[in-house]
Design a protein around this ligand. Structure first.
Ligand SMILES: Nc1ncnc2c1ncn2[C@@H]1O[C@H](COP(=O)(O)OP(=O)(O)OP(=O)(O)O)[C@@H](O)[C@H]1O
Ligand SMILES: [Mg+2]
Length: 597
């Protein structure tokens, strides 16, 4: 019962609105009851018109009841009363189905919104270590396409429930009119359904292939967009186009195959059931002409039932085809299989003494070697600590551990004698500001970008922060000043301009702990000098951790830690390190030599 499993997975969503499903079922049952009644009323109409049919020659309890009711009404009146009643039933039926349609649409729109929102929430809360193992394009596909397809599955499920209700009501009415005939038809219909199932078994597999192909296409699209400049600069347009076309063609083929197979269901069904109806008409019509009005009504009802039964199979196959999307979304939403950083409870009110790293190690899931290997380091409050070292030494990783984007695999980080894990995560991050290596500029105005982590900032505060970051001059020259839209949809900023915005964004938070990861490396030397002076002033009495390749930036650091291959190889003040004549002194000399004419 694969589709039952798919249904079960949708259950938590359906439970959000517990009254909705019973309401939809009730409306479905009521509307089909009224439709069935309107059709049954055709029997007395036909009999009245034919005038020769013996009314009592039926053993159907439904019809007998109906005839008893009509017995007291003169024949003349029957001819306008009955059609009026039929019309009334049809009116009520359609009113109810309209309400049902609106209710279902409302429900599935609400639920698909919740689903998207939950996926996004998961994206924001799940541990970094999980996200790092996922392809960005695939995540985009989950967020954009698969949530949508899952809500489609939900609408399909609702339709399925409604249709099943209708079918049950019709089947009951048919039983009331003639149970032997209904049983016979039931058996034949069951056989037809079995034949159809042979076809639908393939649909599930094809559905999985289509989801996989779509996910791959998502990855290609994402790479094409993000890597556009590199692709063009290296003249790889043809190669990328070929790769894209190949993946796109796989989607094309997978979807086409899916449609070809699913497309056979309806014609097959219609042919087989037409055969069934015609055989009954011929068989019964030949033997028992007296009950012709009953038979005609029966067949008419059966005829109305056909599309419903057909739809049940259609909905079932759609659900099967969509079940891979449901899997994809719910696998992503599943919290048990993923790591989370648990926030502590101790409120962090400000750093008083130091951050101490005690034999801290960390390894990325994708790497064999630890990125941080048994590091011990004290970062004193109110002082500036510089981290230097070759590329890939683990400097950014160390900072990410201090920001608690990850937890160390071994060892402990202490904050004023408290384990970092025990601190309330929000209160910890609230007191810090980071300018990281990869700056993100949001699709918003300059002012909104600067005030990103400090939504209460006034315009005056924003301008003050921009001035400190030496960004005010270039912002004033923009067409709309601080209200200029930037990011993908607005003006693109240069690398140096982005860094200045990021610095202003950090400054405006008035942090206790300021972290600068190559925060000025994109600036020209004059700007860097000016900003360095401003940062020295700003960093006074704050705890500053600075990573820089240019040694001019770290001259005033209170201590310098030299990292190499995840370990601290040297540590001390600038003078001491130079005297030690180790890795640092070597790097320092090389840089100075390069600067000399
Ligand atoms: N998200 C990640 N997943 C797997 N490995 C990573 C990840 N980020 C960094 N690494 C690896 O961890 C090691 C340390 O990287 P890190 O970014 O800390 O270096 P870094 O000292 O900041 O270098 P740079 O000066 O170039 O910025 C590198 O070997 C890198 O390949
Ligand atoms: Mg780095």
């Amino acid at each position: 019962m694969k589709n039952f499993a798919a249904f079960q997975r949708l259950l938590p969503l359906v439970k959000l609105f517990p009254w909705a499903i019973p309401a939809i079922v009730a409306l479905g049952v009521l509307s089909s009851l009224f439709e069935g009644l309107s059709i049954s009323l055709f029997i007395p109409v036909l009999q009245t018109l034919l005038q020769d049919a013996p009314q009592a020659a039926t053993n159907s309890p439904l019809l007998q009841g109906l005839f008893r009711l009509l017995a007291g009404i003169p024949e003349r009146d029957r001819l306008w009363l009955l059609p009026a009643a039929i019309f009334g039933c049809i009116l009520i039926k359609n009113g109810l189905s309209y309400i049902n349609t609106v209710l279902s649409a409302w429900l599935s729109a609400r639920i698909s919104h919740r689903l998207r929102s939950q996926v996004f929430e998961q994206l924001l809360s799940v541990g970094y270590s999980y996200l790092e193992t996922q392809e960005s394009g695939k995540l985009m596909n989950t967020l954009a396409s698969e949530t949508w397809r899952t809500s489609q599955a939900l609408s399909t499920l609702i339709s399925l429930i409604t249709t099943v209700c209708t079918t049950v009501v019709y089947a009951a009415l048919l039983m009331l009119i003639s149970w032997p005939l209904t049983l016979l038809i039931g058996v034949v219909m069951g056989l037809i359904s079995l034949i159809i199932q042979l076809v639908t078994r393939r649909i599930k597999i094809l559905g999985q292939q289509a989801v996989q192909a779509n996910a791959d296409l998502g990855v290609r699209m994402y790479e094409g967009l993000v890597g556009m400049r590199t692709i063009r600069a290296f003249g790889q347009e043809d190669y990328e186009q070929q790769q894209f076309d190949r993946t796109s063609r796989r989607v094309q083929k997978a979807l086409l195959k899916l449609d070809i197979v699913s497309g056979t269901v309806q014609p097959l069904y219609e042919l087989l059931s037409a055969l069934l109806v015609l055989s009954i008409l011929v068989l019964v019509g030949l033997h028992d002409r007296a009950s012709l009005p009953t038979l005609l009504t029966f067949l008419f009802m059966l005829y109305r039932l056909q599309p419903q039964m057909q739809q049940i199979d259609g909905y079932r196959t759609s659900l099967l085809a969509l079940s891979s999307s449901i899997d994809d979304v719910f696998l992503f939403l599943d919290r048990d299989s993923k790591p989370y950083l648990r926030s502590g409870t101790v409120q962090f009110l400000g750093l008083r003494q130091q951050i101490a790293l005690e034999s801290v190690s960390f390894r990325y899931t994708a790497q064999d070697q630890p990125a941080i290997d048994h590091i011990c380091l004290q970062i004193a409050a109110g002082k500036t600590t510089a981290l230097v070292g070759p590329s890939g030494a683990g400097k950014s990783t160390l900072i990410h551990l201090i920001c608690r984007f990850h937890d160390p695999s071994a060892g402990e980080i202490w904050v004023d004698g408290q384990p970092l894990r025990s601190l309330d995560l929000k209160s910890w991050r609230d007191r810090m500001a980071i300018v990281s290596q990869d700056i993100h500029i949001f699709n918003a105005t300059i002012a909104q970008n600067i005030a990103y982590g400090c939504s209460t900032a006034s315009r005056a505060e924003i301008v003050a922060a921009a001035k400190q970051a030496h960004a005010h001059e270039f912002i004033s020259q923009l067409p709309q000043g601080y209200d200029t839209p930037v990011g993908d949809r607005g003006i693109r900023l240069s690398g140096g301009q982005r860094q200045r915005i990021a610095l202003a964004r950090a400054i405006i938070r008035d942090p206790d702990i300021l972290i600068l990861d190559e925060a000025t490396n994109a600036l020209d030397s004059i700007s860097e000098f000016l900003i360095q002076e401003a940062l020295d002033l700003f960093g006074r009495d704050r705890t500053v951790i600075v990573i820089a390749h240019r040694f001019s930036t770290i001259k005033h650091a209170d201590q310098i830690a030299v990292l190499d291959q995840g370990q601290i190889v040297e540590q001390g003040t600038l003078d001491r390190l130079l005297r030690q004549d180790g890795l640092f002194a070597q790097m320092y000399r090389l840089q100075n030599r390069a600067l000399k004419p």
